[in-house]
Ligand binder design. Structure first.
Ligand code: DX5
Ligand code: ZN
Length: 220
């Protein structure tokens, strides 16, 4: 299994973004996770394509863009042009999720679908075959630094089983409250991509040590 550590810049120091991305890269991060919030689908407002474009100029790492916005189809092209390597949309925001995933692929990006802790797996079942990545939110999206919701562990297992059943090699990503304590629970359930904001950028001994602590959970 190819395990991916994806620091979320939501918890970065934005006055030092370039330096912090370099620190992630030298510490062996695999992807950079970018949380886009619109103040409608989630209560918080964060960043847009401009920052993705700025990240693209300072890091070679793939940019994993998580859209927590209403009507995400309006912005797919802008994020793809800005340099997103993958774009993940919430099923709750996409009445035409089948079309939206195809749109993401047609822009040359990996197509991801995600669901809130309160949304059942059955909502994404009909389009699982189209997804390159399925993201399980392990907190209610909107803010970094929230406590991990253990009731989402079962969902990871359920999704991995359904992907296996249709012969899909899609990644299962987890996001929210991921630390060296919770990561192993999600790994054992079948996740292979681990997003971490606080556990990287707010790690008491610094970014490199934070990434190292997470990496140690996935090396056998
Ligand atoms: C939650 C975001 C996460 C967030 C995770 O709304 O989607 O990516 O940055 O932050 P931590 O790791 O601090 O829970
Ligand atoms: Zn996220």
């Amino acid at each position: 299994m190819n395990y991916i550590i994806a620091p979320s810049i939501l918890s970065a120091d934005f006055t030092q973004l370039g330096a912090q991305l370099s620190a992630c890269e030298s510490a062996g991060a695999d992807w950079i996770h970018v949380d886009v919030m619109d103040g409608h689908f989630v209560p918080n407002i964060t960043i847009g394509p401009m920052i993705v474009e700025a990240c693209k100029r300072v890091t070679k790492l793939p940019l994993d863009v998580h859209l927590m916005i209403e009507k995400p189809e309006r912005y797919l092209e802008a994020f793809a042009k800005a340099g997103a390597s993958g774009i993940t949309v919430h099923v709750e925001t996409c009445p035409h999720i089948h079309r939206t995933l195809e749109q993401i692929k047609s822009l040359g990006c990996q197509a991801g679908v995600t669901l809130n802790p309160g949304t059942p797996v059955s909502m994404i079942e009909p389009i699982l075959h189209l997804a390159d990545l399925v993201l399980v939110l392990s907190v209610n999206p909107g803010f970094g630094g929230q406590a991990f919701l253990p009731e989402t562990i079962g969902k990871v297992g359920e999704i991995r089983k359904k992907l296996d059943a249709i012969g899909s090699k899609a990644s299962v990503e987890v996001d929210g409250g991921i630390t060296a304590n919770t990561l192993p629970l999600m790994k054992n359930a079948g996740a292979n991509v681990f997003v971490a904001g606080s556990a990287v950028f707010k790690y008491p001994r610094g970014i490199a040590e934070g990434i190292k602590a997470l990496r140690e959970c996935v090396v056998s």
